[in-house]
Structures are given as structure tokens and as C-alpha cells.
Write a protein that binds this ligand. Sequence first.
Ligand code: DON
Length: 606
Amino acid sequence: MIHRRTALLLLFICFPPALATEALALKPVAARHGLVVSSESHASEAGVEIMQAGGNAVDAAVAVGFALAVTHPYAGNLGGGGFMLISLARGEAKLVDYREEAPGAASRNMYLDSKGDPVPQASVVGALSVGVPGTVAGLALAEEKYGRLGLSRVMEPAIRLAEDGFSVSYWLSESVKDARELLERFDESRRVFLRGGKLYEPGEVFKQPELGKTLRLIAQNGPDAFYQGRTAEALAGTMAKYHGIITTSDLMHYHAKVRQPLVGHFRGYTIVTAPPPSSGGVALVEMLNILEPLDLGAPDSFHSIHLITEAMRRAYADRASYLGDADFVRIPVAGLTSARYAADLRRQILAGKADQPTQAGNPASYESSQTTHYSVVDAEGNAVSNTYTLNGGYGSGITVEGAGFLLNNEMDDFAAKPGSPNMFGLVQGEANSVAPRKRPLSSMTPTVVLQEDSGQVRSRGSFDRGETDNRVPEETAGQTKPDPKAPEVAGTRESPLPRVRLVLGSPGGGTIINTVLQVLLNVLVFKMDVQQGVDAPRFHNQWLPDTLLLEDRGFSGDTLGMLKAAGYKLTVRGSIGECQAIEINPETGWRFGAADPRGDGEAAGY
Ligand code: DON
């Protein structure tokens, strides 16, 4: 197995240290056959183990998902949800939507006080913040439909890691310390993750017998062992203890959904990405459409940052107004992703027209990387791009008693009060208000980029229910409206199989979509290799608050000065997102994996 640490050691032996580290910082991990990039080394290695045992990329991705639930508890999970994008070498792409769902007793105003104001933290901490978890249903469905080895085999590494334990890394011990205040509030979290107050030090072995038992039950009996019986009763019991509303019937009711991915096109590449209930794909395709014909100049120059920021601003304004769970609200996906609509928006930018934000957001609440993304490719050319989360680090803070896993606080991704910002400062509209069984709007953007063959049929804006247009909400914040007559065409159906070029995604709440956009542009437009593309400094604008957020390293003083002079309100912060990406060289077929240096991840391959 090849991974970053082995490569580091070899180079260290062969070259003087200064030279070795400098060269390494710029090199992705190369693999001939299969490759996994995730936020945690044991999990990446679990994926490679499964591929070497004959599994495909989906088997490996399911193994990584379960392993991260053990070794990366602040975002890896059984008690959360996410999106798995699967691109099969036979020319088919599917998205497994295992986003959490509002419980049956949820209601539109459940987070508001008697004056109609949001109750602080009600959707963020504790039992009311928890959505019905989707991860186990999603991973099991992916394995059943697209895997080869079966759940019990692919879960072996996770069970081993839970039962035998693993050595706690410096970063895991730090992250538990940082979350101490949250975890201390709940008995089982205090016992499992804080060891009753005697926190795990780096190098100590962390064993999770209750989680091991839960995993074994799922491996033996399938997802019903989570959504029914002992585990479901433990979950509902823990909810009741903390005055939550999730019941065993909510768990029985939960199903992961297979959707058609959203498809866009950009400069000779097919972009396959997440449809609603994520906003990620729609906003990504909208931004790429706006940028398609523009000369972006040099990366990190005033010119490129200005154009990309203006595209971001418009896509996020649309996100706020139009997007939600398409099984509940009609969304004009075809219009938002149409080339004609993008051309109108582009004209505004080129005319130098300033946006007029109408409401203040909450810049203080930008969050770091508490979700987790991983990318997998196998020797046959199948690819998986998976982003899943508990939402905040360690989610709601609640661990299910006797079952060893944390529960999400995904209900905060709904608009607790349309027009008021959530914990990521995202302002969202009526389309994303709370309703029973509805899925909260996400920004997760698992994406696969395919190389288009010449002469291939181009198609835009696919959407699984095949709807051509949807109702446009009344409040449009004075924007150009997406074209309701834009053609609606299913993407991959018409196309000969293009080759996988890039697999990527990121955590980062509202910043996710912009991280994916920039890494994609870095590789496809600015011609960086995948590691350079992942490492390059990032920026972010989400319409409201009207702030341009920039990482605090990598941007020159001159560029910042020009941005300020152009009227941008700049905010500088440590890091944005944690992209785990794979690039395939279209000529040689070699796979290159880039773990984001902003995290503690690992690319591992063979
Ligand atoms: O689905 C979403 O968009 C959020 N729940 C993702 C949360 C996240 O990325 C947390 N990390 N900052």
C-alpha cells in the first residue's frame, strides 16, 4: 500500500530533509489501481484493504464510512447523514441521498419562542436538534445495490477498530478537548468520549465496545438492526431522556433514496454532482455556467477573485431564495442551472452592477471542518465521492446510551425562522422551513468530473423526478429569475461513457460549495495538479453576510488592497474547508490523491 507517510519516509531516507519536505508538500500520492483519500488514516487504509480483497470503489467507500464512524467521531458517524455520489465505469451515475429527516412530530415553528424569535441553541445542542439519522440506511443501500463483497465483509475493519481500539492521534485528542464543554452535558458522551473526565492522550488506545456491538449487529442483520429492535429502542430511549421527539416509528419510517445526480457541463467536462436536498450541485453548476466563457486570468489575482466572488454571491442568493427539499417544495432546478440564466447573471457582473444585500447575516458564526468528505477510485474506473456529517463537531453532543454512537444536530440546517441566519450564517427561505419528514437543505457537494468525449451529446440540468419547472417563491430579493422554460434533460442517460478526471468534496458548512468550485477551477482551468489545487488558498462569499472571507495565508497584500479598493469587505481567517480529492491522468490512467493539509487526512492507494 502506498500512502503519504510511507512516501515521506522513503524520501526522507533518500534525500536531505529540507529538500524532501519541500518537494513532498507539492506531491500528491500516486497509485496505479485503487486510491482512497479521507480525513483519517485508519479509514483510508480500511478502504484500500477492501479493494485489495476484491472489492470495488463502493465496497471501499462503505468500509471507509463505517471506519470513520469509529476513528473520526467528530464527523464520521452512524447517527448522521450525507450524500454518496457513485460513478460507475459502465456509464451510470447515481446519488444515494441519506440525508437526515425531520421527525414526524417536527413543526415549522418548533424552534421559536412565544414572540416568534428563534430560541438560542435549540436547533444546535441536545435532543431537539437531532434529525432522524440516515447513514446506516445509506451505506447499506449503496452496498446492496452497487457493492460486491456484502455488508459483513466491508464492515470488518470498522468492527476491528472499535473492538480492538486504535491509537489516538494528537488531533483527535485535541478535538475531544475542544468539544469537552458540549460532551460533558450528556452522561453517555461524558463516559465514552471523555472517559468520565480522564481524557484520552495521544498514543493511548481508544476502544469502543458498545459501538463495536452496534456495528456487529448491523453487519449480521443489515440496516434493520439499526432502525428496529435494540438499537432503535436505545436511540428513542435516549431521545426521551433528553426531551427529544424522535420515536421508534420515525426510525422505522426512514429510507435512503437513490436519485439521479445533477449534471452540468464546463469547458469539455461533465460535472456530476449532488441534487436537492443539497444546494451544493445546483449552486456549483450555476457558478460554473456563469464563469464558463470568462477569461479568469491568473489564480489568486484580483481579476479572478472578483469574477468568482460575483458568481458565488449570485448563486448563494439563489440558494437562499429557492432551495429546499424537492420532495416538499418545487425548485426551479432547470432554470437555475440553465446557460441562458447564467448569461443574464454574467451580464450583471460585467456591467459592474453592485449587489444590494437586504439583510445582515452573522459573520462570527462561520464554522470549521466538522463534516467529512472522502473520495475513492478503484482499478476498474468506478468512483465514489461521499460527504457525510453530524453537522457540528460531535453533532448534538448526545451519545445513544449503550450503543456507542453520537447523534447529529442537522435540524439546524433548516431555516428555524426563514430570513434568520443558522449556525453557518446562512440565511435561508421558506423553501427550507421545517416540516415533518422533510430533509434539511444541505451544502454538501460530493462531485465527480468526467472528461467529455468529442462529439458527445451535451445535456444540462438533470433532476430525478424529471420535472421541467417548479414554482418560484414570491420573495426573490430582486434577482433575475431563473428561466422556467429551460430544457430539462437527464444527464448521463444520453452520453457515451466519459472518463473520470476528478473526484472531490469537502466539509465546511456553507463554504463547502465554494471550496469544491475553487479546487475544480484550480485543476481544470488553472492547470494545477490535484495537490496544488487542494493546497491553494481559498476564499468565500455566501451573499449574506456581505463579506469576502479569505484564508490568512497565500493572498498577496497587493491583491487584498485591490479587493478592498473595489469595495469588498474583507474578513481573514485560518482555513476554509478540507477537500479530499483524486485526479486521474487521462493519458496514463494513474491516480493521484491529495489529502488537504488543512486536516489530518491521508491518501492511500495501491
Ligand atoms: O449539510 C450541510 O451543509 C451541513 N450540515 C454541513 C456541515 C459541515 O460541513 C460542518 N463543517 N463545518
